[in-house]
Write a protein that binds this ligand. Structure first.
Ligand code: MG
Length: 271
């Protein structure tokens, strides 16, 4: 039998249409067989976050914090140079740097890996000096040796005081310029809220993962998951040096300007 071309086209169209209808029916039956998604499908019930009682204010330690300075004593601190009792000055609930010769930096008795740190500091109202010589101190987020060895979050009077920008207050010294400058004027209390993710190392001492820091300065974000290139150094390029846990260190800088003060220092260890 010979069918005209138009008839063949029409038959082909009918067959194609039938196939489409059939495949839609199959898909519909399969969809009906599966349970319709419900909100509860994506609700998770474990692990339950631990209950933490926050401080009365955001300056006060929450219930799971280790208080490093409570305004009364330096029981949690030692001199970096020989681990003897810290000889900085505690008065009126405030800790002040001792710039006397031979005293130097202090660091925590305890060692830490990853943590959240809260610390407040104050530049003297009548600060003198300029550039790096005006209220210079620092928080070493990990003290990996004597002197200034480690990773320094810079403290300086950067209210109206020009210096190199990777050395101003809130910088990761000579590595990370702060995103903005939220300094308060000398005489006013200022705060750092720091999240420190320690570097990790292989058994042979090689770097596995770098250190990261996120920091708020007076509540303003200044370092956003900043990746460090190694320890902060005064001269030369940063490099990593393997460590596991390390103290937190405060700097007694050698410049002749008036010593700065600290209060409300606490830390929460993180996994
Ligand atoms: Mg410093």
């Amino acid at each position: 039998m010979h069918l005209p071309h138009t008839t063949l086209v029409a038959i082909a169209a009918v067959i194609a249409a039938t196939a489409v209808v059939s495949s839609h029916q199959t898909a519909g039956r399969q969809g009906a067989a599966q349970a319709a998604p419900k909100p509860a499908d994506t609700e998770v019930h474990t692990p339950v976050p631990a209950v933490v009682t926050p401080g009365a204010s955001d300056s006060a330690p929450p219930s799971d914090a280790i208080v490093l300075f409570n305004g009364k004593n330096l029981d949690e601190w030692v001199l970096t140079r020989d681990k003897s009792p810290a000889q900085w000055v505690v008065a009126d609930g405030v800790l002040t740097v001792n710039k006397a010769r031979g005293v130097g930096n202090i660091e925590t008795r305890r060692s830490f890996r990853n943590y959240q740190l809260h610390i407040e500091w104050r530049i003297p109202e009548r600060i003198t000096g300029s550039d790096q010589g005006r209220g210079n101190s620092g928080v070493f987020l990990a003290s990996t040796g004597p002197g200034d060895a480690g990773y320094e979050l810079q403290i300086l009077d950067s209210y109206n005081n020009a210096t190199y920008v990777n050395g101003q207050a809130g910088s990761i010294y000579k590595q990370g310029i702060p995103l903005v400058n939220p300094n308060r004027k000398p005489g006013e209390w200022q705060s750092y809220e720091v999240i420190w993710t320690a570097p990790t190392f292989g058994a042979d001492g090689s770097l596995k993962t770098p250190a990261y820091v996120t920091a708020f300065f007076n509540g303003v974000l200044i370092q956003n998951h900043f990746e460090l290139k190694g320890e902060t150094v005064f001269t030369g390029l940063p490099a990593y040096k393997a460590y596991d846990r390390a103290p937190i260190k405060l700097q007694s800088h050698g410049d002749p300007s008036e010593p700065i003060s600290f209060r409300n220092i606490w830390v929460r260890e993180l996994k």
